[in-house]
Design a protein around this ligand. Structure first.
Ligand SMILES: Cc1cc2nc3c(=O)[nH]c(=O)nc-3n(C[C@H](O)[C@H](O)[C@H](O)COP(=O)(O)OP(=O)(O)OC[C@H]3O[C@@H](n4cnc5c(N)ncnc54)[C@H](O)[C@@H]3O)c2cc1C
Ligand SMILES: *[C@@H]1O[C@H](CO)[C@@H](O)[C@H](O)[C@H]1NC(C)=O
Ligand SMILES: *[C@@H]1O[C@H](CO)[C@@H](O)[C@H](O)[C@H]1NC(C)=O
Length: 556
């Protein structure tokens, strides 16, 4: 047999590349530092939202979307402005085209179906700015595990035929480059001691041996940096998201998302770009039931909660829940504190609190139609949300405002944050509530709520009927301390449209490919500064596919 193709990282991007290679009978070895239970990486934990444009699901729901609108939204969100954006811009255009013409068919042929089309990143309040003009977040029926299954299954079948081999607990520490040709020819690293830890749990880094593997081509699909808080802090763009690097984060990804391969590839001569561009969330909860270290869960908020900064001031328009993640992050950083407050009530939490992650959505993950109907038509929060209300350290649930604020002040103390005055908080809530006397209002958040209710799917299942938070009929009152949560790297290894890694001088690095988060989801930063969501799984699929197709052509 000829030398295999070596794929470093058995996450979604690696599995998609392997699927394409296996279709052409190309021998593949998948090397991963974790054990077999972790195959699939982050995708297993994901909510399974996939960005598609003018899909049959959108059309069924009456959403009028188009390539042109999506392209505008993408570029207005990305705001490409650097010389290094040459390939990212080409990737962005190619990705939106793929999301319009092929993504739906590609994933549905792989066995994926969609449960709903949600509206993520609703934007900054302007047609020319950030955000999705229409709902595009195609929620996979079965969430992350179903996305993973679609690409794990063909790879496992190929493994049975001997076309794919797995090497688990093999950690790559170095790329082997042929000195005369400059081509990537192999990987070198350490074998980690056997581990039977469950999926997502941090595993031992104790090494037992070294290894060396040679291949015809190397595909790096090792993920981003979000599990490495030190690296996130080191790359923090203080000029854009300052004045200081935030002190505390909860962590939205498993510990294996350690970013090591980025430096390793750079040392071997690969070009790394846009490391200062990252995608972190502002609505993170400390998980009361952690799987990985400092495990944080992101709240997917509907539009109605009142959002106050640590000093008790309402966030300005258009920094409302679910609108513009990075602009909100920037504003929070400018306050000097790394947390904020959501103020809401029982009615709002029941309708509007989603939690990101497959394990936080047992109804959709387990494909329970009854469970889904219960969520849409029921009048209580989902089981996982109720568990957070009961056990979550960031939650205060009280029937009186003075008790609520006393509880908030206890939590603020833990973070050296300011103590709030109950009358100041009452005034902020009252100012909001007075805008709910009429169907119309001068308040942009009230307009946002009314607008969301024009999308029937949202009106039915996702947006509470407009009401006053201090109306006791909707109680008890709830305050949630929202923390910063690390998640995604938007920059990474620079690649051309074939996912071929480039060198700092712009020439292709022979036989070295990269896809998924390590490559900035394509090109070294297909998102520019900002994402429209559902574009990470989508980006892994599109860039992993490109790498698989090109390498198959190379060796074929
Ligand atoms: C809770 C959660 C919810 C999400 N929801 C969504 C969503 O709804 N929509 C969306 O688009 N995106 C979502 N995402 C993001 C998306 O899941 C990830 O960006 C994507 O799965 C990354 O895939 P990847 O293949 O690039 O990397 P990973 O999944 O990180 O896989 C990389 C693999 O490489 C291995 N590896 C790393 N370094 C080495 C080394 N040196 N040697 C050997 N092996 C190595 C790792 O062990 C790992 O198995 C979510 C993520 C999380 C965590
Ligand atoms: C959306 O897709 C349908 C079906 O393929 C097509 O007929 C229609 O022209 C598309 N709409 C736009 C705006 O491109
Ligand atoms: C799905 O159902 C099974 C069996 O009832 C259960 O063990 C599992 O925890 C459920 N999955 C999720 C994500 O809740």
């Amino acid at each position: 047999m000829t030398a295999p193709v070596i794929i470093v990282g058995g996450g979604l991007a690696g599995l998609v590349a392997a699927t394409e290679l296996a279709k052409k009978q190309v021998h593949v070895v998948i090397v991963d530092q974790e054990n077999e239970a972790n195959l699939g990486g982050q995708a297993f934990w994901s909510l399974g939202g996939i960005f598609c444009v003018n899909s049959s699901n959108q059309r069924f729901l009456g959403i009028k979307d188009s390539r042109e609108l999506a392209m505008q939204d993408w570029f207005n969100s990305a705001r490409f402005d650097r010389e290094d954006d040459f390939w990212p811009k080409k990737w962005a255009e190619a990705f939106v085209n793929f999301a319009t013409d092929h993504m739906e068919t590609y994933v549905k042929n792989a066995g994926i179906s969609f449960a709903n089309v949600g509206w993520a990143e609703r934007g900054d309040g302007s047609a020319t700015g950030h955000g999705n003009s229409v709902p595009r977040f195609h929620l996979t029926w079965g969430t992350g595990p179903a996305v993973l299954e679609a690409f794990e299954k063909p790879v496992r079948e190929a493994a049975k035929k001997g076309i794919v081999d797995f090497k688990f607990r093999h950690r790559v520490d170095e790329l082997i480059v042929d000195e005369s040709t400059g081509a990537a020819i192999g990987v070198r690293g350490h074998i980690l001691e056997p581990s039977d830890t469950a999926r997502g749990v941090a595993s031992s880094r104790e090494t037992i041996d070294t290894f060396e593997l040679y291949g015809s081509n190397i595909v790096i699909t090792s993920g981003g940096i979000g599990g490495n808080v030190d690296m996130v802090k080191k790359n923090w763009p203080v000029d854009r998201l300052g004045p200081h690097v935030p002190k505390s984060f909860v962590v939205g990804v498993p510990a294996h998302v350690d970013g090591r391969m980025i430096d390793i590839a750079q040392e071997a001569g690969a070009n790394v770009i846009n490391s200062d561009r990252m995608w972190h969330y502002t609505e993170g909860l400390h998980n009361w039931n952690s799987i990985w270290p400092q495990h944080g869960i992101r709240v997917l908020p509907g539009p109605s909660s009142l959002w106050l900064d640590a000093t008790g001031s309402r966030l300005p328009a258009f920094l409302f829940p679910g609108c513009d993640t990075l602009a909100t992050l920037k504003h929070i950083c400018s306050t000097g504190y790394d947390y904020t407050w959501f103020i809401l009530d029982q009615t709002i939490i029941s309708r509007e609190f989603g939690l990101s992650g497959s394990e936080q959505n047992p109804d959709v993950t387990n494909k329970s139609i009854l469970g889904m109907l219960w969520r849409i038509f029921g009048s209580s929060p989902t089981g996982p949300v109720q568990a957070f209300m009961k056990h979550g350290e960031d939650f205060v649930v009280e029937s009186s405002l003075s008790d609520l604020v006393a509880g908030m002040n206890r939590l603020a103390k833990e973070r050296d944050g300011p103590q709030l005055d109950v009358e100041d908080v009452r005034r902020e809530i009252n100012l909001r509530d007075m805008q709910f006397e009429n169907q119309y209002s001068k308040d942009a958040q009230v307009m946002l709520i009314q607008n969301a209710r024009n999308y029937p799917t949202e009106k039915r299942g996702r947006v509470a009927k407009p009401h006053k938070i201090l109306d006791p009929k909707h109680g008890p009152l709830i305050a949630v301390r929202m923390n910063l949560l690390t998640r995604k790297s938007l920059g990474g290894l620079q690649t051309d449209l074939d996912s071929n890694v480039l060198r700092p001088d712009g020439t292709p690095f022979p036989n070295l490919y990269a896809a998924g988060e390590v490559a900035g989801f394509g090109g070294g930063g297909v998102h520019g500064y900002s994402s429209l969501e559902g574009t990470f799984l989508g980006g892994c699929i599109f860039s992993g596919r490109a790498a698989g197709l090109k390498v198959a052509e190379q060796v074929g």
